[in-house]
Structures are given as C-alpha cells and as structure tokens.
Ligand binder design. Sequence first.
Ligand code: ZN
Length: 155
Amino acid sequence: MQVANDKVVSFHYRLTLDNGSEIDSSYQAGEPLKFLVGQGQIIPGLENAMIGMSIGESKEVIVEPAQAYGLHKKELVKTVPRDQLPSDIELQVGLVLTGQDEKEQEYELIVRSFTDADVTLDMNHPLAGKRLNFAVEVVEVRDATGEEIKHGHAH
Ligand code: ZN
C-alpha cells in the first residue's frame, strides 16, 4: 500500500537545517508521527513528497520555506516600549515569550534585541524562512476509517 489521499500514514523523521543542526526527530520520542493524508496535518512540501511512498521506504526531502513554515515576514517583527512587558521578565536575546491574542490563542514571540526603552519582538514561526531537510521512513500505511475522514485527522 502506498501513501495517498485518505490513507493514514505513520512515519519516522529527522529534521535538520542547512547548517546540520537537528531540530526535531521522532526517533527520540520513540513513536512515529501519524497523519491523515490530504488534510494539511503536516507541512505541504513534506506531504507532497511522501505521496506514492511504500511501507519501509526511506527518502531525503528538502522543503523550501514557502512549502514549510512560510517566509520570514518583516511586518511580524515589532518594536514596543519595554514597559508593555511584565517587569519581572529578565530580557535576553533569543528568549521565547508567550503572548495571547483576542481569541485567547497562545503564540510565541522571540526577543530579537532590546534597549532600556524598547524591545524588538519577532512573531514569525521559529522555522519561518528556513529550508528544512527531512529524512523520512514510512512505517505504516492503512486506509483511514470513515470516522477519521469525517474528523479530518488520524486516530
Ligand atoms: Zn477525531
């Protein structure tokens, strides 16, 4: 059986950046990642590259930013007065803060720089603008159940 729409796929992956640093790996967690094909559950560049793969097959996949977490957008980098942040935060470049939007959805902000007066915060996804290198291995492919297709995700 091959990876195709409406199949549930389990796969192991190792994700590295162009500089060789490992960002994530399903081997560390032990469990393969499972998803329902055709529902946008994983980034499009990786999903498309896996279509047609068979159980036990391995592949190296390079995904450009536009097909991964998007391009790095300058308009999502903002400088705000320092007193808009809680005063007990010890600022550091690279520090990740959690914000909340009007719908109480949490999102991450990265501190890019700061002075006594201002803080520059980056709301882009940490992997925005980055080319991703995946080594994937298909562990299992099966037909999705009617319930999984109705829900739009794998059970
Ligand atoms: Zn469900």
